[in-house]
Structure formats: C-alpha cells, structure tokens
Design a protein around this ligand. Structure first.
Ligand code: PLP
Length: 356
C-alpha cells in the first residue's frame, strides 16, 4: 500500500473529504444558520477554501496563529472563537484585521478596553462576539445582566463592533445516548437565546448567535435562534466522532504506519507511536481485520493480531484512524492527499503548531 509514501504519514482521502464538506453544506443550506467551519481540526488552507467554495460564510479558528496562517493563504473572513488576551497577541490581532475581516470572542471588560485601544491605534474595526457560558463552564459570562453589560461596553467602545454571541456547547459533543445529547443541547442552548433576548430588550441588536460542533449539529443547527455553525471535525472525521454516532460523515483521515517487527504470531510493532498519533480519547482504530491497537510508546505502536491479521509481515503498511483528529493532524507538516486510492500530492498543514 502506497509504496511511494514513507511512514508515519498523515493521509487524507480527498473524495471522502469533499463528500463530507458537501453533506454539511447541504445540511446548513436546509436551515436558517450559516456554516463557519472550525479550522482547528484541519489547519489547512486548501480545505478551508473547499469549505468556502461550498458556501461557508467564513472560517473559525482557535488561535491568532491559526488565523494568521489561514489569512496568509487568502482566507478573507475569520472568527477567533476564543478570548485574545495580552498586548503581544492583541497587537497581532489588529495587524491581522488589516488583511481580513476579524471577529473575536470576549468575556472580560478590561480585555474589551484593551482591544478597543489597540483597534483605534491601528485604525481597524474588530468584530466582537460576547461569549456566553452555555454550560461548558470554560470561558464566557452568564446570560442576563453580565452578558448584556459586556455587550453594551463593546457597543460603546471605539474600534469594536458588537456583532453577536459566542455560545459553544462543547460539553455535549460526545454525550451518549444521542437522545440525552439532544435534550441537553436544546436546554443548554436556550441560555444563548435568553442572553440574546436580554440584550435586545436593552435596545442592542444581536447580529449572530454562533456555536455548535459536529456532535450536536443536527440538534443545535436546527434551533431557530442559531445563526452560525462552527462544526469542524466533520470534514476529516475521526474514530471518536464515529464512535458517538457521526455515521453521516466518512473517515477521510488516516495515519499510515509500517510494521517494523513481528515479535510473535499474534503481535506486530509499527513505527507510529505517541509522536505520530495522539492517545487522547483512546487508541486508534487499525484498518486491518483482526488487528487491534493495544499500546503506545514514543515511536512504537503495539498491535495484537488475530485471524487474517496474522498474515502481516515486516515492511507491510497499515492504516490507522486516529481517535482524535485535531491533535493528531497537529503532529504533521503535510497531508498526503489520496484520490481514488492513489497518492495525488501534498497539502500543507499550514497552521500546524500555531498555538499562540
Ligand atoms: C469554539 C468551538 N467551536 C466549535 C467547535 C466544534 O468542533 P468539532 O466540530 O470539531 O467538534 C469547537 C471544538 O473544539 C470549538 O472549540
């Protein structure tokens, strides 16, 4: 398999990726909310462009560094769905806003003042979403008076524009059974609605309510108050989302590894360890019938073999589906793009390691 590709390597099946992008675009087109896919998973200009070509209104990022890498590739409209704090990052943020439309999440009054000063000094306008805690208990203010006060502060600040609410229900993406995920998402996302109603009762317009992930999109994406969907993993998928019911989307992402030792009939050692595939959420799925991943070390993976898998020989290549795509992609400089089973060139993981 793929004699021309050395291992470990990150493989991306382009037709599967394209079908996933089309399916999510069609889902969004069937409702009122627009798609602003999160690029934290793929970190790749080429993929972001395919998403925009399919109708996405812009791209979401987690970090200024990711946004810079995508802006370098020509992405024109970026939401950084996180708080950007401190003079060094704020200076980069306003510089970025000279090259593309930038929106940022806020949940702190001092941060809002600092963003405003920097935006005025740079002669730019930063869009701001007030982040509302919808139950993830990470960043965000509570709906009601705290969110409304912050929205008013943003609206009054020069160089900033109050464009809406950041409301991500990350705590619900993997909840099983699905019926429980559905009930909780419907309940928790009412906090975004209630924050919006409170702000609008005070006379301000809430342009966007933005949130949602791959695991909740069929629920949150149909709540009538949501205007923007930030789903990310659907494009490439991973074994975790497959395990919690993401069957609509195909796994486009694999790590190719080589068997480097066969110490026993029922055991193979491959050249992909913790530096090639992350263990977060659990072991990768081995795409060989009868093979199962049992252990990681830095540069080795231990796989047990039963039945037909025992035919594996030293030098054979095997494909692994990472349990978590986002953190595994971040280990690679390039995707090896596969079309109709054949190697079709590389795409850069442009925002790899851009965690500042
Ligand atoms: C702010 C934000 N929005 C959306 C997402 C959704 O991403 P995914 O579809 O990969 O679950 C994430 C994932 O972590 C996120 O942090």
């Amino acid at each position: 398999m793929h004699a021309e590709i050395d291992t470990p390597a990150l493989l991306l099946d382009k037709p599967k990726l394209e079908r996933n992008i089309k399916r999510m675009a069609e889902f969004a087109a069937g409702g009122q909310a627009q798609l602003r896919p999160h690029a934290k998973t793929h970190k790749c200009v080429e993929i972001a462009k395919l998403q925009l070509d399919a109708g996405a209104v812009g791209i979401t990022c987690a970090k200024v560094g990711e946004a810079e890498a995508l802006a370098d590739g020509g992405i024109p409209d970026i939401l950084i769905a996180n708080e950007i704090v401190g003079p060094l990052k704020i200076a980069r943020l306003v510089k970025l806003a000279r090259r593309c439309r930038v929106t940022v999440a806020v949940d702190d009054a001092d941060n809002v003042r600092q963003l405003s000063e920097a935006a005025v000094a740079a002669g730019v306008t930063l869009g701001c979403y007030v982040e509302v805690n919808v139950g993830m208990d990470r960043c965000g203010v509570e709906p009601g008076e705290p969110a409304t006060q912050l929205a008013r502060l943003v609206e009054a600040a020069q160089g900033l524009s109050f464009d809406g609410l950041q409301a991500y229900e990350g705590h619900l993406q993997n909840v099983m059974p699905f019926a429980e995920r559905e009930a909780r998402a419907k309940l928790d996302m009412r906090k975004a609605l209630s924050a919006s109603q409170h702000i609008e009762a005070g006379g301000l317009k809430v342009g966007q309510i933005s949130g949602c992930g791959t695991g909740t999109h069929t629920i949150t994406g149909r709540l009538p108050w949501m205007t923007e969907l930030q789903c990310g993993s659907y494009a490439t998928m991973d074994a975790q989302y497959a395990a919690v019911g993401g069957a609509t989307y195909e796994n486009a992402l694999t790590v190719l590894a080589t068997v480097i030792s066969r110490p026993a009939p029922d055991k193979a050692i491959v050249d992909a360890g913790l530096k090639a595939i992350t263990p977060e959420f659990g072991p990768p799925t081995v795409l060989v019938r009868g093979a199962e991943w049992v252990d990681f070390s830095e540069e080795h993976g231990v796989v047990t073999l039963a039945g037909p898998a025992q035919e594996l020989r030293v030098g054979d290549k095997i494909a692994l589906v990472p349990r978590h795509g986002c953190t595994t992609v971040n280990l690679y400089d390039h995707y090896h793009v596969i079309e109709d089973g054949a190697f079709a060139g590389t795409w850069k993981v442009a925002a790899r390691g851009r965690c500042q």
